[in-house]
Design a protein around this ligand. Structure first.
Ligand SMILES: C[S@@+](CC[C@H](N)C(=O)[O-])C[C@H]1O[C@@H](n2cnc3c(N)ncnc32)[C@H](O)[C@@H]1O
Length: 283
């Protein structure tokens, strides 16, 4: 387990993931009934962009900093306002006081009746998670393998909510593990919303992932992707995706508004692309 998210916090892939995550949570909160947010690979939850790790890569400068300094049409402003409010003010460089990871976003957005289950295997990050969130009585924190956590947590008693699966992709068969874990969870909780973040290094491998997912019988899936440069198999990450099982029905429309704008702001001039594809029936 070498991966430390602190090196990548606030980069283009985080911005893409966290804006979409926020849109899903906002949609789920349209109903008063409690919901549960489950984060199987939670990280430490909040990041200092002045840290040695963040400074070493400066990835946030091509992510959150660009968004903070970009002109935002009204339609975009409306969609990203809840995320920007959760981040708080940014300085002239586009750096917030700290950058909220998925646990901090959920903590900020969710209501008193909602529950938050966080899991992180890395000892130091889990310690930080406990320090940052342990006093919130809506939050439960665990430290086990993320897929074991997903299995243990489904179905949640509330029967509504979102499971975020955001692994580091350090192992070659991560996509296979995801398909196996989701299909198991989905059989127990077929109405749950599941969001899987992934890097795109090999487009054929990603196509296979969607085929394998479909072969399990999971049939209501939204495929959202963003690329900020020409395809690259090696070197820094330039493309990312979010796979949402049982997505909010409006998410594809929101993505069709958000993703072209994100490409315009985050991609190298003229080199980016995006996609939003719905498989199966809309929920
Ligand atoms: C991409 S980061 C998570 C970022 C976080 N979800 C966010 O958006 O702010 C992936 C995390 O998974 C943790 N991790 C690695 N292997 C794991 C495993 N088998 N089970 C659970 N967590 C694991 C890493 O320590 C790392 O903090």
């Amino acid at each position: 387990m070498n991966y430390r998210h602190a090196f990548h916090a606030g980069n283009f892939a985080d911005v893409f993931k966290h804006i979409l995550l926020t849109r899903i949570l906002v949609y789920l909160m349209r109903k008063d009934q409690p919901l549960r947010f489950m984060d199987t690979h939670a990280g430490p939850g909040r990041y200092d962009l002045a840290s040695e790790e963040a400074n070493r890569t400066d990835e946030w400068r091509n992510g959150i900093a660009r968004i903070a300094n970009a002109e935002r049409p009204a339609a975009i402003d409306e969609l990203i306002a809840p995320w920007l409010e959760a981040i708080g003010p940014c300085d002239e460089e586009g750096k917030p006081q700290s950058y909220p990871g998925s646990p901090a976003l959920a903590q900020k957005l969710l209501r008193p009746q909602d529950k938050i289950a966080l899991n992180e295997l890395h000892e130091r990050d889990c310690l930080l998670l406990r320090r940052n969130f342990g006093r919130d009585n809506r939050v439960r924190i665990a430290s086990m393998d993320g897929y074991t956590a997903l299995n243990a947590w489904t179905p949640p008693v509330e029967r509504r909510g979102l499971a975020l699966i955001d692994p580091p992709f350090e192992v070659r068969d991560e996509f296979t593990r995801i398909v196996s874990a989701i299909s198991k969870a989905w059989k127990k909780w077929p109405t749950g919303c599941y969001a899987i973040w992934y890097p795109i290094k090999d487009a054929a491998q990603v196509d296979r992932f969607y085929e394998d997912l479909s072969a399990t019988g999971i049939d209501n899936v939204l495929r959202l992707e963003l690329s900020i440069d020409q395809a690259a198999h090696a070197g820094p990450l330039t493309a990312t995706g979010f796979c949402i099982v049982n997505p909010p029905f409006i998410l594809i429309d929101e993505a069709n508004t958000l993703l072209p704008w994100l490409v315009a702001v985050l991609a190298k001039q003229g080199q980016g692309s995006w996609r939003a594809t719905q498989f199966g029936d809309r929920a």
